[in-house]
Design a protein around this ligand. Structure first.
Ligand SMILES: [Zn+2]
Length: 458
């Protein structure tokens, strides 16, 4: 999946201009796409400007029109990559498998089957994973703790050193790829984070040419991707899920394609925006390298220790009840009674309860749970030794006046963590020459603080 910063902040379609400049990169991509069987309607056009590629309508489009089709054979995935046997043998999966495949192809340069596509990708998507220490300090106080980025980066390096690098000596195929190093791996990792799609059970995370050119803009989505996700795990066929060996070859032929379809009528000259998941600003920044000033899906998280600081000296605070709340695990709350707790003991330590206020300033389920526990009458609290009963109860619990007051106390405590005030941040944003990293950090802070002020003022 991908994102273009300028586009997402530019509400109008005034950027549309007739194609004045001959774009060699795009031309190269076009003929490659044709060769790969990727088809698109004459009614759409790909344009390139300083911020990258975007897709526009060249005539009015109707709802439910397929605007382009990409055969699954044209995508870059763990199954289409020349590394597929190594990936299987080494049991690599998900982002790591695709990052390795992408890095390999990029380092092959013109020898890569995907080169015309690869050379059309942005050099870098400026994700926080690439920010230096100085830039990361701007995020202090926000829900995106700079130390988590530093930790993630260290993990990426560790994976590279311990899992990826040893493969280069072990498998001869890697002799083909020049300049394979941590930097090229890191670049590939950022592209995978921001542009890859989860295609189906067989291909998993994949780079999908053309589909990844469509930008994203919350609230303006007008196209979506269509693709059968449930396929045979062994051959990728869409005709069956259970693989049947004798008819295998027939099945392989039935690997179909991915298409982009319009959600609504689209006016000529409008940009086409793909539907993406609803992400908070922090997640947008992590994945796409930008944030929205008016993001209806934004949230502010508040850590249990911050909540504790805020409420531990209140009359209604009860230590036993607090500990009971802490003992409830996120996994239980999500009601995914998956029985893999034993496998997951690595997660045990960071299984901190996820408390947050949403864009409307409303407490989430976990926070409401704490409030119910704290303010429940003795008999009612006693009946909640059965967590399921408690969770059921919370679903129908309205936020009482007492609970609201507790939320205000928590929100004020959370606000005290930031170094600057909302007004100072807003003033900072006025600077037209603000470096983008600083700008995104300020937008994140402004949005988080607005949510917290909402909690306090309501
Ligand atoms: Zn099969």
């Amino acid at each position: 999946m991908k994102q273009k910063q300028q586009v997402s902040h530019n509400g109008s379609n005034k950027r549309f201009k007739p194609n004045q400049k001959y774009d060699k990169t795009l031309d190269y991509l076009n003929s490659w796409m044709e060769k790969k069987g990727i088809t698109w309607k004459q009614s759409i056009i790909v344009r390139k400007d300083a911020s990258g590629h975007s897709v526009f309508a060249t005539r009015d489009l109707k709802e439910d029109e397929i605007v382009c089709t990409v055969p699954k054979t044209a995508i870059l995935s763990r199954k289409t990559s020349p590394l597929r046997d190594i990936i299987d043998e080494e049991e690599l999966a998900g982002g790591m498998a695709l990052t390795l495949c992408l890095m390999y192809e990029m380092t092959l340069k013109k020898k890569s089957e995907w080169w015309p596509y690869l050379q059309s990708l942005p050099q870098v998507v400026d994700l926080p994973m690439y920010w230096d220490e100085q830039a990361l300090t701007h995020l202090e106080g926000t829900c995106l703790d700079p130390s988590t980025i530093v930790e993630e980066n260290a993990l990426l390096l560790e994976d590279y050193q311990s899992i990826i690098k040893p493969l280069f000596r072990k498998h001869a195929i890697f002799n083909e790829g020049k300049y394979m190093n941590f930097e090229s791996y890191r670049r590939a990792a950022g592209l995978v984070a921001s542009r890859a799609f989860s295609v189906d059970d067989f291909h998993d995370l994949s780079m999908v040419p053309l589909c990844d050119i469509f930008n994203h803009k919350s609230g303006s989505e007008n196209v979506h991707m269509e693709c059968q996700a449930e396929v045979c795990l062994e051959c990728g066929s869409e005709d069956h899920v259970e693989h049947d060996a004798p008819t295998h070859d027939e099945h392989v032929a039935n690997v179909k394609s991915i298409s982009m379809t319009t959600n609504s009528d689209i006016k000529c000259k409008s940009e086409l925006f793909n539907v993406y998941e609803d992400l908070s600003n922090v997640d947008l920044l992590l994945k796409y390298g930008y944030a929205h000033e008016n993001n209806p899906f934004d949230v502010v998280s508040i850590k249990p220790d911050v909540i504790h600081n805020a409420i531990h000296d209140k009359k209604w605070f009860d230590k036993n009840r607090w500990e009971y709340w802490l003992s409830i695990k996120n996994t239980k709350l999500e009601e995914e009674e998956e029985e893999n707790e034993e496998e997951d003991d690595g997660d045990e330590e960071d299984e901190e309860l996820h408390c947050e206020f949403n864009a409307e300033g409303k407490p989430n389920h976990t926070l409401l749970l704490l409030l119910c526990i704290m303010f429940a009458k003795k008999e009612q609290y006693a009946s909640w030794k059965n967590v399921k009963k408690l969770i059921q109860h919370v679903k129908s619990q309205a936020v009482t006046k007492q609970m609201k007051e507790a939320c205000v106390i928590m929100a004020k405590e959370r606000l005290s963590i930031y170094k600057d005030s909302l007004d100072e941040d807003l003033e900072g944003l006025q600077d037209k020459h603000l470096p983008s990293r600083h700008k995104w950090s300020l937008i994140i802070k402004v949005c988080e603080k607005r949510i917290l002020h909402k909690v306090v003022e309501e």
